[in-house]
Design a protein around this ligand. Sequence first.
Ligand SMILES: Nc1nc2c(c(=O)[nH]1)N[C@H]1C(S)=C(S)[C@@H](COP(=O)(O)O)O[C@H]1N2
Ligand SMILES: [Mo]
Length: 345
Amino acid sequence: MISLEELQLAARNHGMPLESLRHELTPPGLHYLLVHYDIPVVDPAAWRLTVRGERELELSLDDLLAREPVTMPVTMECAGNGRARLEPRPISQPWLSEAVGTAEWTGVLLAPLLAEAGVGPDAVEVVFTGLDRGVEGGVVQDYERSLSMADALRDDVLLAYAMGGEPLLPQHGFPLRLLVPGWYGMTSVKWLTRIAATNEPFTGYQMTHGYRLRASEHDPGTPVTRMEPRSLMVPPGIPDFLTRRRFVEPGRVELEGRAWSGWGEVTEVDVSVDGGSSWSAAQLGAAPGPAAWRPWSFVWDAVPGDHELCVRAHDETGRSQPVEPPWNVGGYANNAVQRVAVTVA
Ligand SMILES: Nc1nc2c(c(=O)[nH]1)N[C@H]1C(S)=C(S)[C@@H](COP(=O)(O)O)O[C@H]1N2
Ligand SMILES: [Mo]
């Protein structure tokens, strides 16, 4: 059973209701939310971002707003999405499958700022520090993550100050967050206060303990990075209040949803209307940008009875979704196929 501690996390960190998959860009309040510690209150006039290379830059929000803005639609998913369906269940935020959203993010490119701060050839990583602080695994810490130089210098890594054309909401990182398209959300550090180049790999908790794919407690594991392919459907028809089972009238039902992968373009989405025994290709639409989900649709001739609908995505690198959940200690990257119980009557 889900514990009160897990419920406490789940009540703070909400998912995107799956009917919101109808929106190409997730309305801000419907985007999923994941906050490890407390949401900081930030006075934008007093706030400064420090960028440290061989020199140190101190930038105000106005300094950042004066730079060339870049806007891009990005699909972001929590690495723990699907965790609650694993057995045994890793104890953390108990996501089912809704920890995703797509927003148009606006900000400034990271790479030119690193160059201005004199981040040179000695640097091996860049560390991003948030203003939020907490205790995790017994370790007191600021929320911090690092990127390799190659990842930090990518030309699509953003310091975002707006979401959907509006200043970031407090819970999404006001006044500034990192945004690394294609990666699971943990790397997109919110409430940024400091960016610092280092000559050694950063060994903070969220790099060396959290966000690693580990087979057992003793396995050092490998880092969680890009989003595995996943497709989700808008649950058709109407729901039962408690069980969320769907009720649909017989006849032509247009199933729809969206699919994404952080490794490359989604090239195929398959739908099953018989619990995964047989699969048919869905119709794919165009993504709003290279780092955002693709819409798909599928016409189902619904006959009376109980059915289990499934959907699965494939990407251009050959990755796809497993039928059985891939287990690991932290419960990360469970991209097993979605299953939706439907009664046609
Ligand atoms: N400073 C800070 N940044 C953070 C987090 C956090 O707790 N603190 N959570 C991370 C995780 S695990 C995810 S999935 C995304 C969630 O971003 P969102 O809440 O805007 O959807 O933010 C990431 N950035
Ligand atoms: Mo996350």
